[in-house]
Design a protein around this ligand. Sequence first.
Ligand SMILES: [Zn+2]
Length: 161
Amino acid sequence: MEDPKLLVESTLSDIEDRHLRERMLSVNTEYFEFTELPRIRWSQGRVKKKYHKVTFGTYDIRRKEIRIHPLLSDIFVPRYVLDFVIYHELLHFEDFHINGGSERRRRKGERVHSREFHKREKEFEFKKEANRVLQLIARGEFKSRPPARTLPDSDELFLFE
Ligand SMILES: [Zn+2]
């Protein structure tokens, strides 16, 4: 017999992972249209408290996997914040697997977040707002909503579908 507690936990993480996949598909449709996508899941959720530093997303080249910090699974975190982190990691995916980034970088001594990368990052519609919320979360100052004036005008932004 399977341990019922384990079963519940694995079902829950399955639902959460499906949520991440849905967001990734949505970001892909809006910004990339890749025919192949990496895997995506929640990370272990480490926080370096001392420096208020949180790694919200990582891209694992070897495993072709995006990992997202579980702080972003909070229902009050606006959807565009999670989408932005996924967008950033998909830029790394694109850089490595579509544009051969690691090879090019070795030749030119280019950084992971190149000037070109930052330019692409700005194409995300709510980049500024998302960064502001991420800063609040990292400092532990994010309550239920970011300051009103930073909000794009849509009621849907607080829904976490
Ligand atoms: Zn990055």
